[in-house]
Ligand binder design. Sequence first.
Ligand SMILES: C[S@@+](CC[C@H](N)C(=O)[O-])C[C@H]1O[C@@H](n2cnc3c(N)ncnc32)[C@H](O)[C@@H]1O
Length: 256
Amino acid sequence: MFGIYPRNEELAIYVDQAEALMSQKTKDCYARTAQDYEKVGLCGTDWLAYRDLPELIRVFSKGETAIDFGCGSGKSTRLLKEVGLTVTGLDISASQLTLAISADPSGDYRLIDEGSQKLPLTDVAIVVSVFVFMEFGNKEAMVDAAQAIRNSLAKDGVFIMVVTTREFYSGDWLTLNTKFPENDQVISGGRVKAEFTDLEFSLTDYFWTHEDYVRVLEHAGFNHIVRHLPLGETGDGLPWKDETSTAPFAVYIAFK
Ligand SMILES: C[S@@+](CC[C@H](N)C(=O)[O-])C[C@H]1O[C@@H](n2cnc3c(N)ncnc32)[C@H](O)[C@@H]1O
């Protein structure tokens, strides 16, 4: 499910291509891909946040150099490497980077300052950021980060950002529990909580609306924004719950 903000006919052609690739993939052999993802520690509901990235990158990226902004322990970085990108993982947490390097000793992982106005690479084809912008407590910091990301991109570069949706905090999911008092009233900038039931840990983030994310990307100077809402498919080989009718995550593709 895709949306384009604002509507743009040229981008609509690319979106059609991405949709065609995805439906082809589902028909082909999805189960094998699911196993591939398990290698980098992705399974269950969170897998939906990453599942369509290879096709989106194939359609929208104009090159092979990439930054994984907020790479954490490197799950997303290793996935991007498997897709064929030359990736540098950036994070503000030294302990997360230590985990990333121990899982991928030959990888390029670098520590950056929180609020960095300038990233250590320029002219990159694509910046990917999975589950990072929900950690920002205010919109100004999000705009600053999005601007630094935009400045690091080549002229025709794209930024792919994955975050949770509003519906995530009220759904019934295969491996994520969101039934917490924090989620009773989900408001822009409010605190929200989710628990990985398979991994037995929970985390608290900030909630930002779809309009907040679009405004942040526009204020950072991105021209057009596409939103993709990945839904669980029967071919995924997982016993999805609400994932087949409601998207827990949103993928924003922003064009410099
Ligand atoms: C939930 S983890 C996601 C890690 C990884 N992207 C993945 O998909 O597994 C979020 C990461 O964002 C990092 N982060 C938070 N704020 C950041 C910022 N301003 N700049 C760079 N990284 C940041 C955190 O340190 C954390 O490692």
